[in-house]
Design a protein around this ligand. Structure first.
Ligand SMILES: Cc1cc2nc3c(=O)[nH]c(=O)nc-3n(C[C@H](O)[C@H](O)[C@H](O)COP(=O)(O)OP(=O)(O)OC[C@H]3O[C@@H](n4cnc5c(N)ncnc54)[C@H](O)[C@@H]3O)c2cc1C
Length: 389
C-alpha cells in the first residue's frame, strides 16, 4: 500500500522481500476468505484497537473501511458483508486480488527484489540487504519504508528478526507477543483423546467482565477458535501476570438457568446421564465432555443447569507466537512521528503489524495494515518534498 501511494505520485519504488514470492501471509489470510475489514459503525470500529486507538485514529480516518472497500472494488474485486458484519471479497480468496494488485504496481513502475533480507542500516540510515548471492550491501534509497510484519507464522517470512536491528539503532520496541492466539489447558485424557478437533458452537464465553457469543475449538493442547481469539488479549495478560486465567463457558446461552433446569427435570426419569445431557440439555459430545471436566456432575437439576451455563476452564499457558494469527507489541508510537517516520532514523518509516498495536480478528488487522501503509507512503512523499493531494 505504501509502494502504491509512492508510485502513484511518480516516485520510483523497489520492494525488497526475503521470501521467494510476495505477500505469503496475505495469501494465507485468503484461506479463511480474506476478511478485509468490518462494517461496524466507525466509532465502534476504532474502539477495537484499544490503547492504540489514539495514534491510529487519524490514519483510519484518512483511510477508513469504506476507502478500503472502494480500493478493492477498483481492483475488480466486489466485496460483500458477511453475517457477522465482516467484509470479504466476493471471490472469498486473496489470490485474484493480489494478482491484479501486483500487476497494477508493475504497471506503475514498481520493481520487486525477492530473496533479499534486511539485515541492518548503514551509518547514513540506508538499508542493508543480504541478497541470494554476495555479501550484504546497502541501498542508496532516498526514503525507506519498513513493513516487516510481526512474528507469527515465521515460515511465511515475518520472523521478527528486525527487532534486534531496530533496537541496535536505539529504537524502543515493545516485546512481540502472541495475539489472537490459542491457550493451553490440561485436559483429562477423555477430552484429549475423544474431543480434540471438535468445535463448541453457539456458546458464550466469559472472561472477567466480558461475555461474548462465539465458538471455540478443542485441541489436544487446549483451546483455539474465534471466540477464544476475541478474548485473547486480556487472557494472555492475565496468564503472564498470574500464571493462569479462568475462562467460563455457557453451553446453552439462549436458555435461562431455570428453563434449562426444568427441561432437565422433565427428562430425568430413568435416562442415563449421557442421554440427559444430549437430549434434554442439547449438548454435543464435546459439550458433554466439557461439563464433566471440573469434576463429578452435580446431582440436582438446578445445579446441573448451573454447571452447563457456567463451566470454568483453567487456561495455563499461551500457545506459541509462531501459531498465532497476529502479533502484539512492536515499534512503539512514541518512536514515530505522525507520518510514521522513525524519529531516530530520519527517512525511515514503519507500517503494518510491526507497529505496537493489536486488534481482534474481524478485518481490523488488515484494515490497520492498509491504513498505516498508506500513511507511511504519504509521509515518505512529504519527506521527499512531494505533496500529495
Ligand atoms: C492464518 C491467518 C489468517 C489471517 N486472516 C486475516 C483476516 O482474514 N483478516 C485480517 O484482517 N487479518 C488476517 N490475518 C492477519 C494479517 O494477515 C496480518 O495482520 C497482515 O498480513 C500483516 O501485514 P504486514 O504487511 O504488516 O506483514 P506481513 O504480511 O507479515 O508481511 C511482512 C513481509 O515482510 C517480509 N519480511 C519480514 N522480515 C524481513 C526482512 N528482515 N527482510 C526482508 N523482508 C522481510 C516478509 O517476508 C513478509 O513478506 C491473518 C493472519 C494469519 C496468520
Amino acid at each position: 500500500m505504501a509502494a502504491e501511494t509512492l508510485a502513484q505520485a511518480g516516485v520510483k519504488v523497489i520492494i525488497y522481500d526475503r521470501m521467494p514470492s510476495l505477500a505469503r501471509k496475505f495469501l494465507l489470510a485468503g484461506r479463511g476468505g480474506l476478511n478485509l475489514t468490518h462494517s461496524d459503525p466507525f466509532e465502534l470500529f476504532t474502539e477495537k484497537y484499544g490503547s492504540a486507538q489514539g495514534p491510529l485514529l487519524p490514519m483510519l480516518e484518512a483511510f477508513p473501511p469504506s476507502a478500503l472497500i472502494k480500493w478493492c472494488e477498483a481492483l475488480g474485486e466486489e466485496t460483500f458483508v458477511g453475517t457477522s458484519g465482516r467484509v470479504f471479497p466476493k471471490s472469498f480468496k486473496a489470490s485474484p486480488l493480489l494478482r491484479r494488485w501486483l500487476r497494477r504496481l508493475e504497471s506503475q513502475g514498481v520493481e520487486v527484489r525477492l530473496r533479499h533480507a534486511l539485515v541492518g542500516f548503514d551509518a547514513h540510515n540506508k538499508p542493508i540487504f543480504q541478497g541470494p548471492e554476495g555479501s550484504p550491501a546497502s541501498v542508496d534509497a532516498d526514503a525507506t519504508i519498513l513493513a516487516l510484519g510481526g512474528a507469527s507464522w515465521p515460515r511465511l517470512g515475518s520472523d521478527g528478526s528486525w527487532v534486534d536491528t531496530l533496537q541496535g539503532k536505539g529504537v524502543t520496541v515493545a516485546p512481540l507477543r502472541a495475539a489472537n492466539c490459542g491457550f493451553d489447558v490440561t485436559w483429562s485424557p477423555f477430552m484429549r483423546e475423544k474431543c480434540a478437533g471438535q468445535p463448541l458452537k453457539n456458546v458464550a464465553l466469559t472472561f472477567g467482565r466480558t461475555r461474548i457469543r462465539g465458538e471455540a475449538m478443542i485441541s489436544t493442547t487446549g483451546l483455539e477458535g474465534s471466540g477464544v481469539y476475541a478474548l485473547s488479549g486480556p487472557i494472555r495478560d492475565a496468564i503472564e501476570s498470574q500464571g493462569f486465567a479462568t475462562l467460563w463457558f455457557d453451553l446453552r446461552p439462549d436458555m435461562t438457568q431455570r428453563e434449562l433446569a426444568l427441561r432437565l427435570l422433565e427428562a430425568k426419569t430413568g435416562q442415563s446421564t449421557a442421554n440427559v445431557l444430549r437430549k434434554a440439555a442439547g449438548l454435543t459430545p464435546a459439550g458433554a465432555g466439557l461439563v464433566r471436566e471440573p469434576g463429578p456432575l452435580p446431582k440436582t437439576a438446578d445445579d446441573l443447569a448451573k454447571r452447563i451455563k457456567g463451566v470454568p476452564v483453567q487456561l495455563t499457558g499461551v500457545r506459541p507466537i509462531a501459531r498465532a494469527i497476529s502479533t502484539a507489541g512492536g515499534v512503539t508510537f512514541g518512536e514515530l512521528d505522525e507520518n510514521l517516520m522513525v524519529k531516530r532514523l530520519p527517512g525511515v518509516f514503519a507500517a503494518g503489524e510491526m507497529l505496537d498495536w493489536e486488534a481482534p480478528t474481524g478485518g481490523y488487522l488488515l484494515q490497520a495494515c492498509f491504513a498505516t501503509g498508506r500513511t507511511a507512503g504519504r509521509g515518505a512523499l512529504s519527506y521527499l518534498g512531494i505533496f500529495p493531494e
